[in-house]
Design a protein around this ligand. Structure first.
Ligand code: SF4
Ligand code: MG
Length: 307
C-alpha cells in the first residue's frame, strides 16, 4: 500500500512557534518520503541539537536525536552498519556548520550515501537566537546586542570543495521546491546536502519571513545545467563544480538562488570503498548458525585487531 501522510505522523503534533519554517520543512520531508515510497521500517532520521533537531520526534519513522554537532557521524555509522537503510539528517545551521563543521567537511571526503537537510535560519534559535555561522556580517537579529561582527560561511561552496556530490538550496515556505529537491537528494547515490533557508519568526523575523524570501531569492535559471552527464569525465566534473562555485560566490546575502547547483553520480561511495576492502556491513553478517550457536570466530576478530 502506498505511504500516506497519515502513516508518517498520525497526530500531527509539533512544538515549534507559530509560523516557524520548520513546519514547512517537516511537511516537505514527509512529502519526500511519500514521493520516494519510503519503507518506514527502513528509514532513519538523525538530528543533533536545536529547534530543528526535534523533527525526528514528529515523523513516524526510526529516529535518533543525538548530541550537538554529531548528527553526521551517527548517520554515517548507521548507513555503514546497514546500507539498506535510507538515512536522512535534519539538523540546524549552528549544529551542522558551527559545532559540527569538522564532521561536515570530513563527510565530503567520504561520499557516504546519506542526506543532509539543513534548517538554515541564521541563528541558534533553541538557545535564544545567537548568531549562527550563516548570519551575514552587519546583520542585527534579536539575540545579539549589536550587528553581527563575523562574516558568514558559504556552506554550499564549502560542500562542493569538500566533495559533496549533490548540492542544493531551497527555502522553508516553498514546500513544492523543497519536496522536489529532497526527493532528488534521496534518489541520488551519494552524499547530498540541501540547505533550507528557514523562517524563524521568533529570533530572526526580519530576514527569514515569507515576503523577504520571496523578494531576495529566485530559482536558478532554466538554462543552468547542474548535472554531470559523464561521471568519469573529470574535466566535466570540474567544469560543473566551477559553475556552481562561480554562481554561489557571485551571490550576496540579499540575492540568493534556489535549486540544484551541482550533482555528480560519483560511483565511488564510502560503502563501495569498504566493500572493495572486503569489509561487510555488520547488519548483513551471519552471527549464528541454524541452531542459534554463534558463528563469530573470536580468534579471527582478535587477530584482525592486533597491531
Ligand atoms: Fe522555530 Fe525560531 Fe521558534 Fe525555534 S525559536 S521554534 S526556529 S520560530
Ligand atoms: Mg539555526
Amino acid at each position: 500500500m502506498p505511504l500516506s501522510l497519515q502513516d508518517l505522523n498520525p497526530n500531527e503534533i509539533n512544538d515549534w512557534c507559530p509560523g516557524c519554517g520548520d513546519m514547512g520543512i517537516l511537511l516537505s520531508v514527509k512529502n519526500a518520503l511519500i514521493g520516494t515510497n519510503a519503507d518506514i521500517h527502513k528509514t532513519v532520521i538523525v538530528s543533533g541539537i536545536g529547534c530543528s533537531s526535534k523533527l525526528p520526534h514528529f515523523v513516524n519513522v526510526n529516529g535518533i536525536h543525538t548530541l550537538h554537532g554529531r548528527a553526521i557521524p551517527f548517520a554515517e555509522g548507521i548507513k555503514l552498519a546497514n546500507p539498506e537503510l535510507t538515512v536522512i539528517i535534519d539538523s540546524g545551521d549552528g549544529d551542522t556548520y558551527g559545532i559540527g563543521a569538522g564532521h561536515f567537511v570530513s563527510a565530503g571526503r567520504r561520499n557516504t550515501n546519506i542526506k543532509l537537510f539543513v534548517h538554515d535560519n541564521g541563528v541558534y534559535a533553541l538557545t535564544k537566537g545567537q548568531a549562527s555561522p550563516t548570519l551575514p556580517e552587519k546583520r542585527k537579529v534579536k539575540g545579539i546586542p549589536e550587528p553581527n561582527i563575523n562574516g558568514a560561511l558559504n556552506p554550499l561552496a564549502m560542500a562542493i570543495m569538500a566533495g559533496y556530490t549533490f548540492v542544493a538550496r531551497t527555502q522553508s515556505y516553498n514546500v513544492k521546491e523543497a519536496t522536489d529537491l529532497m526527493i532528488r537528494a534521496i534518489r541520488h547515490n551519494g552524499l547530498a546536502v540541501v540547505d533550507i533557508l528557514q523562517g524563524c519568526p521568533t529570533y530572526n523575523p526580519e530576514f527569514t519571513n515569507m515576503e523577504w524570501f520571496g523578494q531576495h531569492t529566485k530559482p536558478l535559471p532554466a538554462t543552468y545545467d547542474a548535472i554531470v552527464k559523464d561521471p568519469s569525465n573529470v574535466s566535466e566534473v570540474n567544469q560543473k563544480k566551477l559553475q556552481a562555485l562561480n554562481t554561489l560566490l557571485g551571490e550576496t546575502a540579499d540575492n540568493m538562488s534556489t535549486g540544484l547547483f551541482f550533482q555528480w553520480e560519483n560511483p565511488d561511495t564510502f560503502e563501495d570503498r569498504l566493500r572493495a576492502r572486503g569489509i561487510q556491513p555488520p547488519a548483513n553478517a551471519d552471527i549464528a548458525d541454524q541452531n542459534g550457536h554463534s558463528t563469530v570466530n573470536m580468534d579471527k576478530v582478535l587477530e584482525d585487531l592486533a597491531v
